[in-house]
Design a protein around this ligand. Structure first.
Ligand SMILES: [Zn+2]
Length: 303
């Protein structure tokens, strides 16, 4: 994997502004809770922070949506913190996740939990599926009355094979929890993989061409096969180019291939001898440097 979650960017772009933009009621609740929770620890089999009557009095001031937003944001504010830089709520004893844990308990109480198939964590609903071999779950919305109703009336199945897909549909339909996919960044010091190259070239060429894929072709003598021989060759656990191919015994790096971008015309050119339009020529010329940079050998067209 050459992509990884960029928690530093997510903290600065999502968590920090969300926490700084809490309303006055939310800010008050946090300020009043912090001195009360430092020494508290999770208890019981459901791993909750014990809530005293005084604490209930403080948190009951929030309505459900305020509590859910607070739980989501404060949890990530602590979890993604890059380790340096000023914070409005410095956390020494896990105060951020403790507040989130307390908010989740408030939400569970308000929304009549426990319920089958649903859980609340970090201010969000998770739909779950389990049988004796599997336990899967996916978040889909903030834990509010309105979203509970949306879940209960959605008529979507959430079985072993449908949970992921339908939770994603519901998540998009409701659209009120953070989209963290946008913080999957290219990892420094690694090269983009073929899928990432496909995205890079798509973003440039998409007006005229569909990038079908970026792939290796013309293997000589064949695709190198990494197997037992290569494993035995390696002393460090890292298989290098000097390890032998399972199929022919030659060094892996003596096997060659070319990497190409496979394109399709958006609109198939007409005529006996189709020619590129000027716009298409310019576009293809414009990726020349980028192809060299990523060591691509050529472009191929497919129907
Ligand atoms: Zn070979």
């Amino acid at each position: 994997m050459s992509k990884e979650f960029n928690h530093i960017r997510a903290w600065h772009e999502l968590a920090k502004p969300a926490v700084e933009n809490f309303n006055e009621k939310q800010k008050e609740v946090i300020s009043e809770l912090i001195p009360l929770i430092g020494e508290l620890h999770q208890q019981g089999k459901d791993l909750t922070i014990p809530i005293s009557p005084a604490m209930w009095e403080i948190i009951e001031r929030l309505d459900t949506i305020e509590a859910a937003q607070l739980s989501q944001a404060i949890y990530m504010y602590g979890h993604w913190y890059p380790g340096k830089g000023p914070r409005i709520y410095p956390s020494q004893n896990g105060e951020m996740w403790k507040i989130s844990n307390i908010m989740d308990q408030l939400l569970r109480k308000r929304l009549g939990f426990p319920k089958s198939r649903l859980e609340i964590h970090e201010g969000k609903f998770r739909v779950t599926f389990s049988n004796k071999n599997n336990w899967i779950w996916k978040e889909f919305a903030l834990a509010t009355e309105k979203n509970l109703e949306a879940f209960e009336t959605c008529n979507l199945p959430f079985g072993q094979d449908s949970l992921e897909k339908n939770a994603t549909i519901l998540k998009k339909r409701i659209n009120d929890i953070w989209d963290t996919d946008q913080f999957m960044d290219h990892k420094e010091g690694t090269n983009p993989d073929d899928d990432e190259l496909k995205d890079i070239f798509s973003s440039i060429l998409s007006s005229e061409f569909t990038v079908v894929k970026v792939t290796n072709v013309n293997y000589d003598p064949h695709i190198p096969v990494v197997g037992i021989k290569a494993m035995k060759h390696s002393t460090s656990g890292i298989i290098g180019g000097d390890a032998p191919c399972e199929q022919c015994g030659q060094r892996i790096d003596s096997h060659t291939s070319q990497k190409v971008i496979i394109l399709k015309f958006k609109k198939e050119p007409e005529g006996e001898k189709p020619e590129f339009t000027e716009v298409q020529k310019e576009l293809l010329k414009s990726i020349d440097e980028l192809m060299k940079l990523h060591k691509l050998d050529g472009i191929a067209f497919t129907k």
